[in-house]
Ligand binder design. Structure first.
Ligand code: GLA
Length: 371
């Protein structure tokens, strides 16, 4: 395992990082041109880049202790470097000259837990490239490039929430995002609250297939309703005339958008929690992206005193749950719920409150010119 200092020796480098995201409300709404409220995770992924003198690109992940070399031809079939190469290639397609580079990745963000570790990696890579090459690209443009990398190089026809959150969200506010206009603003968390995030320990194996199917169903439902996207449905009663599964899928999206807009009007913790619970039920029954483990985990969370609400977060089919909790109680309740949940043979993990030491956010001046 090599730290960035080992990897680069005394060479000049640039370091940037980006967080993962936890979505609090507004699930499966982004590709329907809708609304959502993600927040940044305290865990981040960092990318250090420096010149490569042998004409090739080199990628190294400290977390995986894995090296990949790339000379501009065929991409590696899988793995962390695909996302990074995707970003490099998309910049090149914009006629940006990217010289051969060495890139080092470090991260304390769980991979595959539904916190968008891939968006964090893409954004950290793009930020580092923007800094190194002094590219005049906005945070929103970086998110759009990252989303394209995810679609073209990871094969998930995803929306833009994860990349916008990794690019623009912070840890203490929710980021209201309108996926059609890409308008964003920060929304305060309800008073006296903190979050619990627990990885269910169930990998999101069917995620790509299930996700792409849901997206196609929504597009069909929108066509049947004669609207550009489900965001444009003005009369929820119209949705009830559709056949299943289109009726259920559309109903989830229409109601979920309303829940986000209600939450933005400044609700208290109890009301916010009620919206989260309703979101979970809708994801379970109408959108059908929950699984037993996520239902059990959210039910366990809801049974605890000082929990206002709980739901699955992210695409579903596995991954993580989020709960809104009275301030000061998250650590204890989170640990207790994980222990209880794991008694049933699960491998759940408490992700937030975070146990790890925070990763630094950007280049320190000492990193320029060596150690
Ligand atoms: C994944 C996708 C996002 C979004 C969520 C569901 O995280 O990458 O674009 O669609 O699922 O809300």
């Amino acid at each position: 395992m090599m730290t960035a200092a080992d990897y680069f020796g005394g060479a000049t480098t640039v370091y940037e990082s980006a967080p993962g995201r936890v979505n609090l409300l507004g699930e499966h709404t982004d590709y329907n041109d809708g609304f959502m409220l993600p927040i940044a995770t305290p865990q981040r992924t960092g990318v250090t880049i420096g010149a490569s003198l042998d004409g090739q690109f080199h990628f190294y992940s400290e977390t995986l202790d894995q090296s990949i070399d790339w000379s501009g031809g065929t991409l590696p079939a899988t793995g962390f470097s695909r996302y990074m190469i995707g970003c490099v290639q998309l910049l090149m397609q914009r006629a940006i000259h990217v010289p051969p580079l060495r890139m080092h990745v470090s991260s304390n963000l769980a991979v595959g837990a539904g916190l968008s570790s891939s968006a964090a990696l893409e954004l950290a890579t793009l930020r580092a490239l923007r800094t190194l090459l002094a590219l005049p690209l906005s945070d929103t443009t970086l998110a759009q490039i990252a989303q394209q990398a995810e679609i073209e190089f990871a094969g998930v026809n995803c929306g833009i929430m994860d990349q916008m959150a990794a690019s623009l969200a912070d840890e203490s506010h929710m980021l209201f995002l309108d996926a059609r206009t890409l308008e964003t603003h920060l929304v305060p968390m309800p008073d006296d609250c903190e979050l619990i995030v627990i990885d269910s320990g169930v990998p999101r194996t069917l995620a790509a297939t299930g996700y792409n199917t849901r997206r196609a169903e929504c597009e069909t439902a929108a066509r049947m309703l004669g609207v550009k996207a489900l965001r444009d449905v003005v009369d929820p009663a119209a949705v009830e005339k559709l056949e299943d599964p289109f009726r259920k899928r559309a109903r989830h999206v229409v109601m979920e958008n309303q829940r986000v807009l209600t939450a933005c009007q400044g609700v208290d913790a109890r009301q916010f929690g009620t919206l989260m619970n309703a979101s979970h039920i809708s994801l379970r029954d109408d959108y059908e992206v929950s699984i037993d483990a996520l239902d059990d985990l959210t039910a366990l969370l809801r049974q605890q005193e000082d929990i206002f609400g709980a739901r699955l977060t992210g695409a579903g089919f596995g991954g993580a749950c989020v709960a809104l909790c009275r301030r000061g109680r998250a650590q204890e309740i989170g640990a207790r719920v994980v222990a209880h949940y794991n008694q049933a043979g699960h491998a759940g993990r408490l992700l937030i409150p975070a146990a790890d030491t925070p990763l630094r956010t950007t280049t320190r001046s000492a990193d320029h010119g060596g150690h």
